[in-house]
Design a binder for this molecule. Structure first.
Ligand SMILES: NC(=O)OP(=O)(O)O
Length: 665
């Protein structure tokens, strides 16, 4: 028998947080604009651009760069911020603000680590260089904008700060076979349920036994409010079937937990001890998200390699891995023009995940607990207001609905002052405005994210709901053709800024004089060229509908256009969507309308038919607004794998629905 008492910090950890840095030669500089606001307690790290970066992927001769920051010594995901990825350039321009809320006295003791990475969709991201800034002699009122040379990895800092993750105390014993067989049955620890009804038939394990007492840990990383909910997981490697997994209980709200929990591993010969290894990992339990990896250690001589477990240990579950390259936290959402496909897809995914968990599984998911949203509405609303209020509350947050009659905005108080005040009182603003420039002003002055709840130029949250509805019904967006028949308005503009990025073709039929905005059109043409999708501008509604999968229209008289109503109704004559319009569309055509609807735009036969997805579309307004809020206010990872919608399932469903409609007739 041997006994061993050890602690993590006396052993070399194989769980480097530093990851795989690749072998890219470091070059280039990064332009940062750094400011600190005493008023909001926000450190704003505006990542402007990089120049002369090294090539991230030599074989493919490309660099897809993004910037990542940590406010050291905190290396937890709460401290991580990322920009979007800029494709195929060694001189990427970001102009993205990475924000930390931290008191200036805390900040004096912190180090901002700014690293640049090449994003490899199919392998490891490659390190392209970094710079570190300390704040101990910083003039906090001064804003700096400066080029910083990128440096190779600072190994000494990595060793001294990043590898130390606390200490774990364990007692390890090997009990040889001759002693093991004399153990009474109730001392042989096997998985729960194994003994149930089988006591008579149980065969005692052959060979010796490893007994591990997990006593306690000290100085673990605090991942929430100064503490964690830690537990230990253990495997005896190699273990391809995960049959040796043991876990301690969770000890709540502490970074110095005491477990005194014993794991036993049976059937081991003494000679096996040279080839096995005991992997112990410490985790923070997260009831509504992936558990957070706090540290790990391997005891024993064997390598016990098991790729699957290593992956799980790093928290890279399906969802996490796929979302890892995208960080929308703190981003405003004024237009889909600012969001690429890799940023839009996670919003749709989180939305579908929330719908599944809350609506279908009946779970309570308070991801926005303690957060507030200021909802400014210059115009009336049914769906956007209800979707935001109920959705935000459902996630545990607090919505405040404000109209110009309720608050001083634009009457007694400037937009600038209102934006600053709201930034201190809420976590996010959603604003429905007449002029898009009002949103842009709000966004400049606010230090919290601003969401466009509709402006004269764009209605991006509506299009998120539409994309999610189509994704649900068709199983995939790519390859669909959407026909917009009607006014060249804000909803169309948002489609024009997003569809090509997702591989959707667009045909637009508008009466003369009601075409979409010229700048938006020019941008959409560039996107369609870039992504190889079809984009057509027509005047004939039937031509737009021909072979299209989705027929879409909207009101012909938007809010604020009431005086033009008579003329508009005349000008839009012939644009009503009817079954005749659908007769030339694709066999599986569907209909969308963002509502409210008037009969002149679409007749009752189409509007209330099984082809019409309008009421799901209205409901999805809520799930997509919730998904968006969660993406910009938290680092939530979907609990369920990326939802898969099989096309043949949908085809069956729509055929059944059409059939049942025929029966009613
Ligand atoms: N589609 C839409 O934005 O509806 P409301 O105007 O009711 O918010």
């Amino acid at each position: 028998m041997f006994a061993l008492q050890t602690s993590i910090n006396s052993m070399m950890s194989v769980y480097s947080e530093t990851g795989d840095y690749g072998n890219v030669r470091v070059s280039g500089e990064i332009l940062l604009n750094i400011s600190y606001s005493y008023k909001t307690g926000a450190l704003n790290v505006l990542v402007r651009e990089c120049r002369c970066l090294a090539t991230g992927d030599e074989r493919r001769q490309r660099t897809d760069a993004y910037v990542k920051t940590y406010l050291l010594p905190d290396k937890s995901r709460q401290s991580k911020r990322k920009t979007s990825i800029k494709s195929n350039t060694t001189n990427p321009v970001f102009n993205e603000n990475l924000r930390y809320v931290v008191s200036h006295s805390q900040l004096e003791m912190r180090t901002l680590q700014v690293s640049v990475w090449h994003h490899d969709r199919f392998g490891h991201n490659n390190f392209l260089g970094e710079t570190e800034l300390t704040f101990d002699s910083w003039e906090f009122e001064t804003q700096i904008e400066e080029w910083f040379a990128l440096q190779p990895r600072n190994e000494s800092y990595v060793d001294s700060v990043m590898h130390y993750k606390g200490e774990l105390t364990v007692v390890l014993k090997y009990i040889p076979a001759e002693r093991n067989v004399s153990l009474p049955l109730d001392q042989v620890q096997v998985k729960k349920g194994f003994l149930k009804g089988k006591k008579k038939n149980i065969t005692l394990p052959k060979g010796g036994m490893v007994e591990l007492l997990v006593k306690e840990a000290k100085n673990l990383t605090a991942v929430k409010g100064g503490s964690s909910d830690p537990f230990v997981k253990g495997y005896l490697l190699p273990d391809d079937k995960k049959s040796t997994k043991h876990k301690t209980a969770v000890v709540k709200r502490t970074v110095n937990p005491r477990w005194n929990h014993t794991f036993t591993y049976c059937g081991l010969q003494h000679s096996d001890l040279d080839s096995v290894c005991l992997e112990l990992t410490v985790w923070d339990r997260e009831p509504f998200a992936s558990n957070v990896f706090l540290g790990g250690v391997r005891l024993g001589a064997g390598t016990g390699s098991s790729g699957e477990k290593l992956e799980e240990m790093r928290g890279e579950r399906v969802g996490k891995a796929a979302l890892d390259s995208v960080n929308l936290e703190g981003r405003s959402f004024l237009t889909l023009k600012d969001f690429n496909a890799e940023e839009i897809k996670p919003i749709l995914w989180v939305s579908a995940d929330l719908k599944h968990r809350i609506k279908h599984r009946g779970e309570y998911v308070p991801l926005l607990q303690g957060k507030s949203i200021a909802m400014i509405f210059e115009k009336r609303s049914t769906r956007t207001r209800m979707a935001t209020e109920t959705g935000f509350s459902l996630l545990g947050g607090h919505p405040c609905f404000l109209t110009p009659q309720d608050i001083h905005l634009g009457v007694n108080e400037s937009t600038t002052d209102t934006a600053r005040v709201l930034s201190g009182l809420a976590d996010v603003v959603l604003a429905r405005v007449y002029s898009h420039s009002s949103l842009e002003h709000l966004d400049i002055d606010a230090s919290i994210p601003v969401i466009n709840g509709l402006s004269d130029l764009y209605h991006p949250i509506q299009v998120l709901a539409d994309l999610s509805t189509l994704q649900e019904h068709y199983g995939s967006l790519k390859g669909l053709t959407l026909a917009w028949i009607g006014d060249g308005n804000n909803v169309l503009h948002s489609f024009m800024m997003s569809l090509a990025k997702l591989g959707v073709n667009l045909k637009v039929a508008t009466p003369k004089g009601y075409e979409p905005d010229a700048n938006v059109t020019q941008e959409a043409q560039l996107l369609s060229k870039q992504f190889g999708t079809k984009l057509q501008f027509l005047m004939d509604p039937m031509e737009a509908a021909r072979h299209s999968s989705v027929l879409v229209t909207d009101t012909w008289v938007s809010m604020g256009q009431e005086e033009e109503k008579k003329k508009r109704l005349k000008d839009f004559h012939g644009y009503q969507i009817t079954m005749q319009t659908g007769s030339v569309a694709a066999p599986d055509w569907t209909f969308l309308h963002c509502l409210p609807r008037k009969a002149e735009e679409v007749d009752d036969e189409v509007f209330y038919s099984p082809r019409s997805l309008v009421f799901t579309e209205a409901e999805n307004h809520k799930w997509t607004i919730m998904g968006l809020m969660v993406c910009i206010l938290t680092d939530y990872t979907p609990q369920i794998p990326k939802l898969k919608f099989k096309k043949n399932m949908w085809e069956k469903d729509i055929k059944n629905r059409i059939l049942s409609s025929v029966c009613h007739l």
